[in-house]
Design a protein around this ligand. Structure first.
Ligand code: URA
Length: 191
């Protein structure tokens, strides 16, 4: 096992040992910590697990996840190439939006995941994920535009679950997604 995987495993144990969001933990089936390559150049961050994710313990395995996998394939990437996680790591009851307190409780662990993985680009999926890192930006205005902030470069994208059944937003997400290889190239060149 790589040392990065070991550190991620330790971080997962810390969330359990520290009893983060005990109410959510009690109503959820399990912690959905994250999945993929612990040394990835690209990290995707969603909102919170849904029903399928809660049952399988893996982020983005439902309809939104399948759409995401299709978009990854268009830029020659597989799920094993990237790392994927959520802000909130337990399923909120009835798929309600995560509460501000819940997002705050998980933020240090999300930051720690990024510190371990050290990706070139952090792709935020949806407004909750964007506003966790860049609270003053509006997704409708900045989607598809890379933003450097602190140690990371962020690419805000629409959430695939929101875009799945909305034709206009779906095409915008596909177009924004197609920019990822060029953005990665530019980041690599500026290192
Ligand atoms: N939506 C999310 O934000 N995360 C998941 O893991 C699944 C759906």
């Amino acid at each position: 096992m790589t040392s990065q995987q070991q550190r991620l495993d330790d971080l997962k144990k810390q969330i359990l040992n520290n009893h983060i969001t005990p109410q959510l933990a009690a109503s959820a089936t399990q912690l959905v910590f994250g999945d993929g390559n612990p040394d990835a150049d690209l990290v995707f961050i969603g909102e919170a697990p849904g029903k399928n994710e809660d049952l399988q313990g893996i982020p983005f395995v439902g309809a939104a996840g399948r759409f995401l996998n299709e978009m990854l394939a268009t830029i020659d990437l597989k799920r094993e190439d990237i790392y994927i996680t959520n802000i909130v790591k337990y399923r909120p009851p009835d798929n309600r939006d995560p509460l501000p307190d819940e997002k705050t409780a998980f933020l240090p662990y999300l930051q720690a995941q990024l510190d371990i993985i050290e990706p070139l680009l952090v792709v935020t999926l949806g407004r909750h994920s964007l506003n966790c890192f860049l609270p003053d930006l509006q997704i409708s205005k900045v989607h598809g535009q890379p933003k450097r902030h602190g140690e990371h470069v962020y690419l805000p994208l629409f959430h695939p679950a929101a875009a799945l059944y909305n034709g206009g937003m779906r095409q915008t997400l596909i177009d924004d997604f197609a920019k990822i290889p060029e953005i990665m190239k530019l980041i690599n060149q500026s290192k």
